[in-house]
Write a protein that binds this ligand. Sequence first.
Ligand code: PBG
Length: 341
Amino acid sequence: MRIRCVTVTGNFPVSRPRRLRSSASLRDLVAETHLDVRHLVAPLFVREGIDTPQPIASLPGVMQHTPQSLRDEVRHLADLGVRAVMLFGVPLIKDSIGSQAFDPEGIVQASLRDLASDVGDRMVVMADLCVDEYTDHGHCGVLDGPAGDPHTSVDNDATLEIYGRIAVAQADAGAQVVAPSGMMDGQVGVIRAALDAAGHTNVSILAYSAKYASGLYGPFRDAVDCAIVGGGDRKAYQQDWRNGAREALLEVHADLAQGADMVMVKPALAYLDIIAAVRAQVNVPVAAYHVSGEYAMLKAAAANGWIDHDVVATEHLTAIKRAGADVILTYLTRWFAEANS
Ligand code: PBG
């Protein structure tokens, strides 16, 4: 029996997806996803008690700012068209409850006042709302026993009371958005009530809703000088990465019911399934945090010449957008803004 050889170059209709890839302009014309500097948020660190900005070895290109260098950086970002920053503070004094986080003279509150007067409505100034940078034990809340003891855990409801105070201090200082990142149950509701009671009904809440107990936060902890006493972890409050959208959506819906204006998934690249699922289920803006470890891996591989920094940076941010993130928090914001201005 003779086998007929079928050729795809015959004159029958055949699907040819390559046609639309044949020139750069055609590819641009049909591209589904576009990155825009207006949707990126730059996370920034301000440290108390330093005279000059300090580089962070594990986050090349990112600094612990002095209050003045922070102001300069934010003005520069505003001039480049960046619309938002997320502020993290590194206080001089840490204690068991993280009281510098709600002190009106605390480093973040002072910087929020500076930035409100420097950039005003040109920039959305957001404040991370948590205590891990401010506690001497390094946890995101108040402990119910001695630090380092294996039976000690974070007291959810005692922590909520602290979070409410932080929200009001940040809003009083000029934060337009507060972003609770501690993964305590009920945190959004308590913060919304505290803000409203203080007259800050226009201050928005960007909830870190689906935040995983990731190994990718290591460089961030260098940036904020945070180590958990006794070498513990955050698995008793942050999500287990063996669990997918089912648990993430439980968290997201709880935060929306309590008054979250925007929800966030964190980290980003290993959690694109979660970003896509959340985007499909909610009617609020979805943010994703491209975290310190994701940035550090990119920088390290690029520094070794193993990957092309600009190509992979663009590919990664585009993938996060394609998965459904409306807003991306990334340490690449300044690079992206400079490369595209
Ligand atoms: C908690 C907080 C963390 C990050 C943002 N907010 C650290 C943590 O949960 O351990 C990590 C961000 C990053 O890795 O870039 N305040």
